[in-house]
Design a protein around this ligand. Structure first.
Ligand code: CA
Length: 335
């Protein structure tokens, strides 16, 4: 028998109405001996229906999720809800407060901390609490990501290629309902420890996004998040009505895309990155897509990087200064 979590929750997930509270993990430190770290959590519940769990700020420098989900908490009237909407707009709250990807408390990436550890550091304790007490209640989890300060993406929604094809079909229907500009079957570089794998492993629908990046938002990227959130709630019957299509708002319809084996380009050199193609631009296999200039050798030719497959540039490194081993670019193909 596992010992109870050291994390406490001051809202009742089974109670009707709207409650806005937090998870609290014990966090003793020099400036607060009996202190705790708080992770905001809201529940909006009414009648009977599915439970949708929305998370943003899993990485603390990605902002569409935190802003769109804060608005959801404030604007969603429980009387309109059939079921439950659980919202953690700042999943890694200390990281969001610090404007950093990782928690400043323990240096841990929330999205590599799952399933978590009861006796682990603060981030791992929260992951363990979610795995044991929140994910089992959810029918659907939507985790809203963006590129953060170090990456930039053409805004896309995504699901994974799952062995469980029936689950994948339900996830794909949810993704189509979310109605992002690009609907991608995403291949992860490093999937272990992600909330994604934990949710999918429990046989539940998981939808994620990468919306812009660079450590900020735009009106367009926030709109993708807000449009998708409302559509997902309608798709699962938590809100009344049918998902609204992009076309009916004068926008280009969602494009289905997949990632080839050679989708990722990783930097092998350090220096100044010059991108030769822009996001959303078509590339051919072998085409020069970037150059890296070594900052201590201005007389030497830059190192050239080429696309390793045909497709469209969907993501790139955001800072100009790049190091060996860094993500440089990502290519996707029309499905
Ligand atoms: Ca992220």
């Amino acid at each position: 028998m596992t010992k109870p979590s050291k994390v406490s929750c001051n809202v009742d997930l089974a109670k009707a109405g709207k409650q806005v509270g937090f998870l609290a993990a014990p966090h003793s430190r020099n400036d607060s001996g009996w202190g705790s770290a708080r992770f905001p959590l809201a529940v909006i519940r009414n009648g009977s229906g599915p439970t949708v769990f929305f998370t943003g700020g899993n990485h603390g420098d990605e902002y569409e999720g935190p802003i769109a989900l804060t608005r959801l908490i404030q604007n969603l009237d429980p009387a309109r809800v059939q079921g439950s909407v659980i919202v953690m707009p700042y999943l890694n709250a200390p990281a969001v407060a610090a404007g950093a990807r990782l928690s400043p408390i323990d240096g841990v990436n929330m999205n590599r901390a799952f399933p978590g550890e009861r006796d682990g550091t603060v981030t791992r304790m929260i992951a363990d609490y979610l795995t044991r007490h929140v994910l089992p209640r959810a029918d659907v989890v939507c985790d809203i990501h963006s590129g953060g300060k170090t990456m930039y993406f053409s805004p896309f929604g995504a699901i994974h290629d799952l062995d469980d094809k029936a689950l994948m079909k339900r996830a794909q229907e949810a993704l189509v309902a979310f109605d992002p500009p690009i609907a991608l079957i995403l291949r992860e570089l490093d999937a272990e420890g992600m909330i994604d794998s934990e949710v999918e492993g429990k046989g539940k629908v998981f939808v994620t996004t990468e919306l812009g990046g660079g450590g900020t938002t735009t009106r367009a990227t926030l709109d993708v998040a807000e449009h998708g959130i409302m559509n997902l709630l309608k798709h699962f019957g938590v809100l009344e009505g049918k998902p609204v299509r992009r076309a009916s708002r004068g926008l280009a319809p969602s494009r289905m895309m997949t990632m080839p084996d050679a989708a990722y380009v990783i930097a092998d050199h350090g220096g100044l990155l010059e991108m030769l193609v822009d996001i959303d631009q078509a590339v051919r296999e072998g085409q020069e897509i970037a150059r890296i200039y070594q900052v201590d050798r201005p007389g030497e030719a830059p190192v050239v990087y080429r696309a390793s497959c045909d497709g469209v540039l969907l993501g790139r490194a955001h800072p100009c200064l790049i190091k060996p081993g860094d993500f440089l670019a990502m290519v996707a193909q029309q499905a």
